[in-house]
Design a protein. Sequence first.
Length: 246
Amino acid sequence: MFSMHVLVNTLLAIACATPPAGAQITQADYSARRDALMATVDSGVLILAGAREPTGHYPSFQQRPPFRYLTGFLEPDAALVMVKRGGHTAGTLFIQPPDARREFYNGTRVTPDEVTHETGLAARRNNELEPVVDSLIGTGLPLFAVSDAQSEEFVSDDSLSYGSALIRRLKTAHPGLDVHDATPAEEALRAKKSAAEIAIMQKAADISVLGHRAVLQAVHPGENEYEIQALMEYTFRKNGAERPSY
């Protein structure tokens, strides 16, 4: 039986379709997005944590949409820190340190130099993240945070996300720390789609149509749900979708 659960999952399956030629999101686009977000800040430190490394191999790693929107960086355990003072803005991407055992299973991670060359952002290892942010806050700058919760209903003071836990540690270390929620500003930016983003969305819709047509042509009484799911995901990937999203 083809359940609503599968339908919902497969509708999400092509949310990250590979951009068609001429519609790629460029590093200049990512930089402009960061600049637009920091334009909403008078001065301060803004922090956004990316998705964590999965504890298992299924489902596979998937970057948080806000982090991907601002950086395009698709590796786990990263964090973006932006600092604005005196009208000047600078950004640093914190990434995983070398780990031979982890890289044996998950592949070699990029180096800070590679990140800087690719994104234009300064880069450091993420074991330096908290000391750096702690030092910046010590100068009296207010803190702005974009939530890394899975969805809005999970955004709360007791959230177990990495970003929320980090903010709590910083507030404990700096009593009276002024923390501002920059999530609404980031979401407002994401709501405005560029021509390249619209082209990607159109491609995703086109791939979705192909997947549903393939299923409608193949489904028959007695079909197992996993067979339908496999056919739909195969069609998605065959036509350029990166991965299913669960």
